[in-house]
Design a protein around this ligand. Structure first.
Ligand code: ANZ
Ligand code: ZN
Length: 805
């Protein structure tokens, strides 16, 4: 009997070896294939690692370990995305410098990550708050500025009065701050912006070249929100003014029976004297301004609005005079802030027309207009529309656009939901924006040789109530000279948003210590692109989009050689608390990975997280299932008790072993970790049932399990007499195609309708041979004693039936 399985001792032993021998150090070897696996680096919070982190990290650790055993050069790095608000808030509250807080948190995270046995190359760790790192974040910003992609703009920002920070649109969830839940206000500030919109088309079109899970691609496409249509001018009767609309359905223009403008539309001021109910409209506008865009555009909300008395518009195609209304469901920030309303075919217009008794005119056939707007019209034919009657929707769109362009009434137009990226934050703990303002020369980038612009030490990190950054109070920092004219100038005091450092970190891993360049040519050419990037669904729209944008920019200026940073993107489901709710301190359902490691071992934690459910599904934590996985590993350990000699698979196990090699090899790559592990459990059961496992069989078993449970398997491997770890050997087994199915069959033998015995024969055995063989079987022989066989019926491969009396 072997000693009891003692994960704590085994795991510490191997982690020490991996650390000291730098087992997972990655070096360029052009004679081999490379595999670059990336997981989202954590924000090193004070709370430490969460059990959600190991789900993603173990998954790609499994793939990385497997690929190393398949002789690939694997880059699997880790780092820390360490700028950001929680650290700063903690620093303010506890009067500790954020640098110190960050260092403590990183040390703790590192210890925790190492205790789980991930095969990261620890010599490539990056920390986004290190000046050597953010020097290049600043450098990229300067390149963007030089190309006109960074600009300053007065911008109404979403302001969180509690965090005292400006938020990007994507950080506002249903009108509230993503971090603290406080309702967001609007404040006008002069902000640095990044022109991500210039890349909008490419960010959609290039998705064709990458292997992202379909829902991830779709979310990116929806977020960018490309709409193709036209802008068309409707003139205002008795004036030279025009109301320009954006529409995706120019084919429905004959159905445009009224117009709607946003309450903020400038035409209201312009026609102040002509509008008879101006006061009423201003009152309406004031009400609307109290609502968030989200509330205004909500689908099933009761429609409100006011007709503008004294203004009429002219439909340039149907040549009709139509009324103009104001309503808050039209946004000033999208398209032109004015629409042609087509109530027959647009749901919001329909509700509005019903409420205010406006004409509803169907212009595409099919459906009953009394049931609601007919929006499902792709295959319909145009009706009630002189110029385009009988045409398909597609052809009608083209014809109207052509007509509009020829008659100078407007033009084809593409619109995006995506907005430029608000890149300024009025906080301390972020990368200083490397810009200088000179009265004479305007905004100038800091000279590249003076990078990084380091964060100065301050006494007080609190932002001021007027919204300016804590840096603005440090005169030494603010006052500088103009890089252009040498005169007096002032530094920008805003810092970059949390998203900056993570927009290019995957490049730095390729060459983390390069002091001359962001990444060296050799490294970037060898390792690019990231072969597989796994991360949370919550980062599908923002981080993924931002980093693709930065990458494309770096491609345009020749820093990188691929158009896309990530070849493949997958995501994992969340691990919920045992009560099926999101884990959080306040709900009291947080599971600490340290405790699981302490009580069960890291291999159990890892294997449990892989086994727990389909990888992309959310799943509640289960202590019971953890226990079950620990018992499985105990049984793996005890395979040593039934070990026998043998250097090839035994005949009766051969098929199941080959099936398992195939399944595990494929499932690990397909994110089906749960079924890979259950296959390994099945194989284990067969060995236990048989009562023996030979050396060759155990070796294969350990190799297959190693990516999930690396410590126990290395230990058993060593006990088997190997003095080289399996981790870096080219030993991943290959299955034998011809041994995937059993080539013998078992045939029950009946005598007078009752099963009396079974025989095992090769698949292609003939009927005569089977009959002969059955008569040799002890039971059958005995049952036939003294009887004469009258008839034999053989159903091939299924059953042999003997009639005898
Ligand atoms: C006429 C029409 C007929 C429309 C029809 C739709 C269906 P997406 O796809 O989201 O780009 N629209 C344009 N600007 C708007 C604004 N500032 N606020 C609110 N709605 C606006 O939507 C484009 C459509 O949304 C446009 O096409 C316009 O209504 C409306 F059967 O024009 B449509
Ligand atoms: Zn100057």
């Amino acid at each position: 009997m072997v000693e009891r399985y003692n994960p704590n001792a085994i795991e510490k032993k191997w982690q020490k070896i991996w650390d000291e021998e730098k087992t997972f150090k990655t070096e360029i070897d052009k004679s081999k294939d490379k595999f670059y696996a990336l997981v989202e680096f954590p924000y090193p919070s004070g709370a430490g690692l969460h059990v959600g982190h190991p789900r993603s990290y173990t998954a790609l650790d499994v793939v990385s370990r497997k690929r190393r055993m398949q002789d690939q050069v694997v880059l699997y790095p880790m780092g820390f995305d360490a700028f950001g608000l929680p650290t700063e808030n903690f620093a303010i509250k506890n009067k500790i410098h954020p640098r110190v807080v960050t260092e403590q948190n990183i040390a703790n995270f590192t210890k925790q990550l190492k205790s789980i046995g991930f095969s990261f190359d620890w010599d490539r760790v990056i920390d986004t708050t290190e000046p050597d790192y953010y020097k290049w974040t600043q450098w990229i910003f300067i390149q963007m500025f030089k190309k006109g992609l960074a600009y300053k703009k007065e911008f109404p920002i979403n302001w969180c009065p509690s965090c005292k920070v400006g938020l990007a649109n994507e950080e506002v969830i249903q009108g509230r701050c993503e971090r603290c839940g406080t309702e967001v206000e609007h404040k006008i500030r002069n902000q640095w912006m990044l022109k991500i919109t210039e890349y909008a088309d490419r960010l959609i079109d290039d998705l064709d070249d990458v292997d992202y899970l379909p829902h991830i691609k779709q979310q990116q496409i929806n977020w960018i929100g490309r709409s193709e249509g036209a802008e068309i001018d409707f003139s205002i009767i008795d004036s030279d003014e025009k109301l320009r609309v954006f529409t995706t359905r120019p084919d429905t223009i004959y159905g445009a029976t009224y117009m709607v403008i946003a309450p903020e539309h400038p035409v209201i001021e312009k026609f102040k004297n002509k509008i008879k109910n101006y006061d009423e409209i201003i009152a309406y506008k004031n009400e609307a301004n109290k609502k968030s865009d989200f509330e205004r555009s909500e689908m099933n909300k009761d429609k409100t609005g006011v007709e503008i008395k004294g203004l009429k518009a002219f439909n340039p195609i149907s040549k009709e005079e139509i009324p103009v209304w104001v309503s808050d469901y039209v946004m000033i920030t999208y398209g032109t802030g004015a629409i042609m309303a087509v109530p027959a075919h647009d749901s919001r217009d329909y509700e509005f027309a019903k409420k205010f008794n406006l004409e509803i005119r169907q212009v595409v056939d099919g459906g009953n207009i009394d049931d609601g707007a007919l929006t499902d019209t792709e295959n319909g034919k145009i009706i009630n529309s002189e110029l385009i009657n009988g045409l398909s929707v597609e052809d009608a769109k083209k014809k109207i656009i052509k007509y509009v362009e020829e008659n100078k009434l407007g033009n084809a137009k593409k619109n995006f939901k995506l907005r430029d990226w608000v890149f300024s934050r009025q906080r301390y703990w972020g990368e200083p924006i490397p810009m200088v303002y000179c009265e004479k020369c305007g905004w100038q980038p800091v000279d590249e040789k003076d990078l990084p612009v380091k964060l100065p030490d301050v006494e007080n990190y609190e932002p001021s109530d007027d919204g300016s950054s804590p840096l603005s109070k440090i005169e030494d920092f603010v006052n500088t000279t103009c890089p252009q004219c040498g005169g007096h100038a002032q530094r920008e005091t805003d810092t970059m948003p949390q998203w900056a450092g993570s927009s290019w970190y995957y490049l730095r891993y390729m060459d983390p210590n390069n002091s001359q360049e962001l990444v060296g040519k050799d490294a970037v050419e060898y390792f690019s692109p990231v072969d597989w990037y796994n991360g949370g669904n919550e980062h599908t729209t923002l981080h993924l989009l931002y980093s693709r944008f930065w990458h494309k920019f770096l491609y345009d200026i020749g820093v990188v050689s691929t158009k896309e940073p990530y070849r493949k993107r997958t995501s994992h489901g969340m691990i919920l608390g045992e009560n099926n709710e999101k884990m959080s301190k306040s709900r009291g359902n947080v599971v600490n990975p340290d405790d699981i490691i302490e009580n069960y071992g890291a291999d159990t934690l890892r294997t449990y997280e892989m086994f727990i459910s389909e990888f992309d599904k959310s799943v509640p934590w289960s202590d019971e299932a953890v226990n079950g996985v620990r018992k499985y590993l105990d049984r793996v350990w005890r395979l040593q008790d039934i070990l026998v000699e043998g250097n090839q698979y035994s005949e009766d196990m051969e098929v199941l072993i080959n099936q398992t090699i195939k399944k595990v090899t494929e499932d690990y790559e397909a994110l089906k970790f749960n079924t890979a592990i259950s296959q390994l459990m099945i194989l284990l059961n067969s060995f236990v049932k048989k009562g023996s496992i030979n050396k060759k069989e155990l070796e294969t078993y350990l190799i297959l399990l190693n990516p999930s449970a690396p410590h126990i398997t290395e230990e058993m491997w060593q006990i088997l007499g190997h003095n080289v770890q399996m981790a870096n050997q080219n030993i991943w087994p290959v299955y034998d195609e011809s041994k995937l199915v059993n080539d013998t069959i078992e045939i029950p033998v009946q005598i007078n309708g009752k099963v009396r015995g079974k025989i095992t024969v090769p698949i292609e055995t003939s009927k005569e041979e089977i009959i002969a063989k059955s008569q040799e079987e002890e039971n059958i022989k005995a049952s036939l004693e003294g009887k004469t066989v009258r008839k034999v019926i053989y159903v091939p491969g299924k059953i042999l039936n003997i009639v005898a009396n």
